[in-house]
Design a binder for this molecule. Structure first.
Ligand code: AQP
Length: 331
């Protein structure tokens, strides 16, 4: 792993799925790679979600997404943290890539099919989403993309685009690999079914009030086959234990599973333990977020500095691309 890029949409409250699937890895990678770790708040992507996008809140959400990432441990003085629209070369490269991407490759993307099925009018931005994502990654020639499982198909498409470009215009881009957090590649939502996702309203937010988190945890579905409190349960049939495994030490999780199987412990007690361990992880993030809110210039300056560093790399790639595809270069 030499260079990394990953992104997060400012399309709603950042949740524990984003944290476990992406941000937690970003922090560890950032410590190793420093400035070669590029993390991007992908605001142009957020325009493709008509349910979440509002021009009145987008700027604030973008700022908030950066703040939460910094609060969660990303050090903007070490890594390159920036806003996608501050580096216009992403959209420029994305246009070139649209000319190399068969329509059929885009219409077969699971995420497109999923989201399009819920929309009355399907805008072409939604279809082009993975092409812009390929540009986000390849403009930095990143070889590794830490993501949740939901993004693996898009990274495969990115590899195909890189391969096609290299074949037509000469070796230019690496074929990047997705890097999953093996412990939490797909965090389920609080409904216990779909993946946790901002647009589905099934999230636990990193900065959500404690009371509201506790309410949600209390309502997490139990093993449906456990009718009476005295019935033994199967920990594999409730997401209470899935969540617990993310936040509590392994031996405690195993001991509680064992008790649950024997009806020695009820779900209420397990939920209380889950809540305590979750809050232990979230509390320092919330404290840092509180401190950052008092110093918004720090966040904004960090983003501008990040964009400056990112842009230097992106401009060099675009110069190479313009020349390779045969454009008339300005003097
Ligand atoms: N549930 C999840 N489990 C593991 N990883 C996840 N990621 C997202 N959800 C999970 C990873 O977080 C990073 C940022 O993803 P995103 O900004 O696309 O956020 P989202 O919550 O996944 O948003 P949606 O629902 O897909 O889109 P909208 O905003 O339309 O609601 C990615 O690395 C992702 O894999």
């Amino acid at each position: 792993m030499k260079r990394v890029l990953s992104g997060i949409q400012p399309s709603g409250e950042i949740h524990i799925g984003n944290y476990l699937g992406a941000i937690k890895q970003w922090v560890a990678i950032g410590e190793k790679l420093g400035r070669d770790a590029f993390f991007c708040i992908v605001d142009y992507h957020a325009l493709t979600n008509p349910l979440a996008y509002d021009p009145k809140t987008l700027a604030q959400r973008t700022f908030e997404a950066a703040l939460v990432n910094i609060a969660a441990g990303l050090d903007p003085e070490r890594v390159t943290l920036f806003v996608q629209s501050h580096v216009p070369e992403h959209t420029e490269l994305s246009w070139v890539f649209t000319t190399l991407t068969p329509l059929g490759d885009l219409t077969r993307m699971t995420q497109f099919k999923d989201k399009a099925s819920k929309q009355e009018t399907v805008w072409s931005g939604l279809l082009m989403y993975p092409v812009l994502q390929a540009a986000d990654i390849l403009i930095y020639k990143a070889d590794t993309v830490p993501v949740g499982e939901d993004q693996v198909q898009h990274i495969e498409l990115t590899r195909e685009i890189a391969r096609r470009f290299n074949h037509l215009f000469g070796e230019t881009f690496p074929e990047p690999q997705a890097l999953l957090n093996p412990e939490a590649p797909r965090v389920p939502g609080i409904d216990g079914k779909a993946k946790m996702s901002k647009s589905l309203g099934n999230t636990i937010g990193l900065l959500e009030p404690e009371e509201s988190i506790w309410q949600k945890i209390q309502h997490l579905p139990d093993d449906p086959q456990r009718i009476r409190l005295s019935d033994p349960g199967d920990p594999e049939r409730t997401i209470v234990f899935t969540y617990l495994s993310y936040f509590a030490p392994k031996d405690l999780v195993e001991a509680l599973k064992e008790e649950y199987r024997k009806a020695g412990v009820g779900t209420y007690v397990v939920k209380r333990i889950l809540f305590d361990h979750l809050m232990e992880t979230l509390r320092p993030i919330r404290e840092r977020a509180e401190a950052l809110r008092k110093d918004p210039d720090y966040v904004m300056d960090a983003l501008l500095e990040g964009a400056k560093r990112a842009r230097a790399v992106a401009q060099a790639t675009m110069e190479e691309v313009r020349e390779k595809v045969g454009l008339l270069l300005p003097r």
